[in-house]
Design a protein around this ligand. Structure first.
Ligand code: ATP
Length: 233
């Protein structure tokens, strides 16, 4: 579904992603893991059309999308659940969810609202609450729900566990498993590495803008370098 080949990205004259390649098959959940500053968010932004690659190829369902503007990428069915939630705090939970379906505004979206609220019963209870007054975990539910409202073909999650208490991270893990089991294709960036490896089928380890290891989640969990760098082993 997604094939990234020899991707290079620079901010001004400083290249921060140095020839990264990876792929995501339909129905798979792939994790990109790595320390702060490894280039994970930068790669996601390039896929979503928020920053242009300097070179390399990003192909979605066979079509080259590198350099397309964000709205065109969104229209193809790639949806990003951004780091830090980035909701509209002065709008209600329901309004935030409705905005996620902007591309589908000519359709009846009530069924999708119901699906999202079944996935997150707490959002049903809080549908008319201003999103900015929710707890961090509830805000993450809104951000995930808003992404699902677009009925994406590929859903990209950037650090969904960021800043959340361990118990809430467990809930996010359960939710990601449920979304995966619905058949949604997922690209997941996470610093909660053990959680990401439990959810993902395969993973790529990024260090300083390069892929330094890749394999099934089991293989990556057993990799001694990954254990000592990220899993406290
Ligand atoms: P984190 O988990 O902390 O978000 P990351 O792996 O997602 O880390 P990026 O945010 O992609 O890493 O950053 C990769 C490198 O690019 C870092 O060295 C960062 O300082 C740099 N960088 C990110 N955004 C910009 C920007 N807008 N201008 C200049 N440099 C940037």
């Amino acid at each position: 579904m997604l094939a990234v080949t020899d991707l290079r990205i620079a901010y001004g004259k400083t290249e921060v992603v140095h020839g990264v390649s990876f792929d995501v098959a339909a129905g798979e959940c792939i994790a990109l893991i790595g320390a702060n500053g490894a280039g994970k968010s930068t790669i996601l932004k390039a896929i979503c059309g928020l920053i242009p690659p300097s070179s390399g190829d990003i192909r979605f369902e066979g079509r080259s999308i590198g350099g397309l503007p964000g709205h065109a990428v969104a229209r193809l069915g790639i949806c990003m659940c951004p780091e830090g939630r980035q909701m509209f705090p002065e709008m209600t939970v329901l309004e935030n969810l409705q905005l996620g379906a902007y591309r589908r505004r000519s359709e009846d979206i009530s069924g999708t609202i119901d699906e999202v609220m079944t996935l997150f019963p707490r959002l049903r209870e809080r549908a008319s609450q201003l999103a900015g007054t929710l707890s961090g975990g509830e805000q993450e539910m809104v951000a995930i729900g808003r992404a699902l409202m677009a009925k994406p073909r590929l859903c990209i999650f950037d650090e969904p566990s960021l800043g959340l208490a361990p118990k809430v991270v467990d809930e996010i893990e359960e939710t990601l498993m449920k979304i995966k089991n619905l058949g949604v294709t997922i690209l997941l960036v996470e610093q909660a590495v053990s959680m990401a490896l439990r959810v993902a089928d395969r993973a790529y380890v990024l260090e300083a803008g390069e892929v330094v290891a890749s394999g099934t989640s089991q293989e990556i969990s057993n990799d001694s370098r990954v254990q000592s760098a990220y899993l406290g082993g």
